[in-house]
Design a protein around this ligand. Structure first.
Ligand code: SAH
Length: 225
């Protein structure tokens, strides 16, 4: 039984559908209007991506810890970043930081191909297992350092970074098509700015989409026991 004495989740008794609807209502109230995106969020079971310990919080609008000291992003932030990418069905998208694979799954429902890179092999394998269960078959995985991008598959229509970039990501920007868009958090502290870069030939228009909190992007692949 879930101990509700701490008052963490007052909605724990509700039917899953009610919790999903509550989240969608909240996202719409915060400015998420893209119908295809709202549909993808509704039909991607977030409970499959969170650790058992946090199952009762699956449909809350909050980030949740996952293995390897990482986090599954807050649904509002997933929605905000996805909407900011202005995706089209024909797009090939590069994602840096697979993590739980939740954001990857949302992207996979909206575009032709998602190329996703993760520096923890175990996280990547777990995410792939979840995607197979959901029969998402347009995702290509790479265990590696996302800072370097994926030169063999470049250029991309869109790039999404889900870990905080320490500085302007020139190697990634170089892998963006002309008129392509890259979205990601940037900054060295615990709080960063969410930036959107739009490539115009050899220059980039930069927009600040607000304050966010992400785990840092770390160079190199992780050594696991
Ligand atoms: N979108 C994910 C967010 C996971 S947190 C989700 O919603 O679940 C960010 C992820 O970026 C972590 O899994 C972390 O290991 C990964 N990461 C950090 N630095 C990286 C790098 N240089 N290359 C690839 N992945 C990286």
């Amino acid at each position: 039984m879930i101990d509700k004495s701490a008052g963490i989740d007052e909605s724990a008794d509700e039917a899953p559908q009610t919790r999903i609807e509550r989240l969608l209502t909240s996202l719409k109230a915060q400015g998420i209007a893209d119908e295809r995106l709202l549909h993808a969020l509704e039909y991607t079971p977030r409970d499959l991506f969170v650790p058992d310990l946090f199952l009762d919080r699956s449909w809350e609008d909050s980030a949740i810890p996952i293995n390897c000291g990482q986090t599954i992003s807050q649904p509002y932030i997933v929605a905000l970043m996805t909407q900011a990418l202005k995706l089209e069905g024909r797009h090939r998208v590069l994602e840096i930081g697979t993590g739980s694979g939740y954001q990857t799954a949302i992207l996979s429902r909206l575009v032709r191909y998602v190329y996703t890179i993760e520096r923890y092999r175990s996280l990547m394998v777990e995410a792939e297992t979840r995607h197979k269960r959901l029969m998402l078959e347009n995702i290509i995985y790479r265990f590696g350092d996302g800072w370097e991008g994926w030169p063999e598959q470049a250029p991309f229509d869109r790039i999404l970074v889900t870990a905080a970039l320490p500085e302007e990501p020139l190697p990634l920007l170089a892998q963006l098509k002309n008129n392509g868009i890259m979205v990601g958090p940037q900054g060295r502290g615990s709080v960063q700015r969410l930036l959107r870069y739009t490539r115009k030939d050899d220059s980039y228009l930069t927009e600040d989409l607000g304050e966010v909190r992400f785990v840092p992007l770390i160079a190199g692949v992780a050594k696991e026991a």
